[in-house]
Design a protein around this ligand. Structure first.
Ligand SMILES: [Zn+2]
Length: 94
């Protein structure tokens, strides 16, 4: 299987699917997808499998959620919807 080579002592870099910028993984929110194609928060990385990342930023999040094609590609699975819990992320927004 493919293993990602990560040097010891350096933070992994991931791409935000909202703005497409590459950032340290720890600065990004992590998302997973369930078997029903529903995207959910996985900030603690408890889900196995593929993840998608987004900046901790509302404008990025909005692009992230609209980028279903990018999400489907990141998860290697069709994205059909979003978990209810994701609404919390927009809590501070008008
Ligand atoms: Zn971003």
């Amino acid at each position: 299987m493919a293993t990602v080579s990560e040097e010891k002592g350096s933070s992994p870099i991931r791409t935000c699917l909202g703005c497409r910028q590459r950032k340290m993984q720890q600065k990004l929110w992590r998302f997973a997808v369930d078997t029903n194609g529903r995207v959910m928060k996985d900030f603690r990385g408890k889900h196995d499998g593929r993840h998608a990342y987004c900046c901790q930023d509302n404008s990025c999040l909005q692009k992230f959620f609209k980028n279903k094609k990018g999400l489907s590609r990141a998860f290697r699975q069709q994205v059909l919807g979003f978990d209810e819990g994701l609404k919390d992320l927009f809590g501070s927004e008008q």
